[in-house]
Design a binder for this molecule. Structure first.
Ligand code: OAD
Length: 252
């Protein structure tokens, strides 16, 4: 069965996606950095962005804070500055509307931008944390995003160790959030994966946990098999999909 749709036959793929959503009882969405690129937040491994030829695994590693705080700081200073004024795009709002209509039950996200919550989604599981919450890696005292941007040391222990509350390589995911996302995906009869290379564990194991249908919406293929793959930009695909759903909903 043909299951990969590209620009040439995208319309057909989007119709199939709309049907799967309408037929499902418990659809869950899993998003990654590709969901946010159209809100001007660069991804980690997509063609659009290679951060100074440095692997995200190096800068976002717990050891980099201790061994090379300047490099770590430069990366997160840039990400915080980029993130300051970002807004959800039309695709984020489609997901909020789908949740409101009861057509999706929640979103597990690797993104630390908060854009799903800003768009209005209520059930959002932020598996990799929240970039805007800052604390000292040495003593735990909280600080502001501006303190980190300004390269300040911790006001309490004076170490140069301010960091965002995001999960680094070498750290565990927040257990409550992880377990909830895991159970929701196990319950799902449709899992829609959007904008992720699925290169990072343990999140890349989540698509295996549903016994339902699986869909990938991404700019490029991944190493994983899906029941339906639509290659293209998340925003346009989601907007077009909602239009099909609305049209079908109007039919007797
Ligand atoms: P990646 O950068 O690895 O993958 C993003 C994927 O989205 C790529 O396959 C892109 O081709 C695709 N993409 C880009 N723009 C798109 C668009 N507009 N529409 C559809 N697809 C698009 O990002 P993640 O898989 O999210 O972790 O990366 C996982 C984790 O690695 C991140 O959460 C981060 C990083 O290290 C931490 O910081 C803990």
């Amino acid at each position: 069965m043909k299951n990969i749709y590209t620009a040439a036959n995208k319309k057909e793929g989007i119709k199939r996606l709309a049907e799967l959503i309408l037929q499902s009882d418990y659809a869950i969405v899993l998003t990654g950095a590709g969901m946010d690129t159209e809100s001007n937040i660069p991804d980690f491994r997509g063609k659009s962005e290679l951060w100074r030829n440095i692997d995200a695994r190096v800068v976002a590693d717990i050891n980099t804070i201790k061994k090379n705080y300047r490099l770590f700081h430069q990366f997160y200073k840039e990400r915080l500055s980029v993130m300051g004024n970002v807004k959800p795009h039309a695709g984020h709002y489609v997901l909020a509307e789908l949740e409101e209509k009861g057509l999706i039950k929640g979103i597990a996200t690797q993104n630390i931008s908060g854009l799903h919550i800003k768009a209005g989604n209520k059930k959002v599981y932020e598996l990799h944390g929240d970039l805007r919450k800052i604390y000292c890696n040495n003593c735990g005292k909280s600080a502001t995003a501006q303190d980190l941007i300004d390269f300040k040391s911790c006001s309490f222990c004076h170490e140069y160790a301010l960091r965002p509350n995001v999960v680094f390589f070498g750290e565990a995911l927040p257990p409550d959030v992880w377990n909830t996302a895991l159970n929701e995906i196990k319950k799902s009869d449709l899992l829609i994966v959007i904008g992720t290379s699925l290169e990072v564990a343990p999140v890349n194991q989540l698509p295996y946990l549903t016994s339902g249908k699986t869909v990938l919406i991404n700019a490029e293929e991944t190493a994983y098999k899906f029941d339906l793959i639509i290659l293209g930009k998340a925003k346009e695909i989601l907007v077009d999909c909602l239009a099909v759903i609305q049209k079908q909903g109007l039919q007797p």
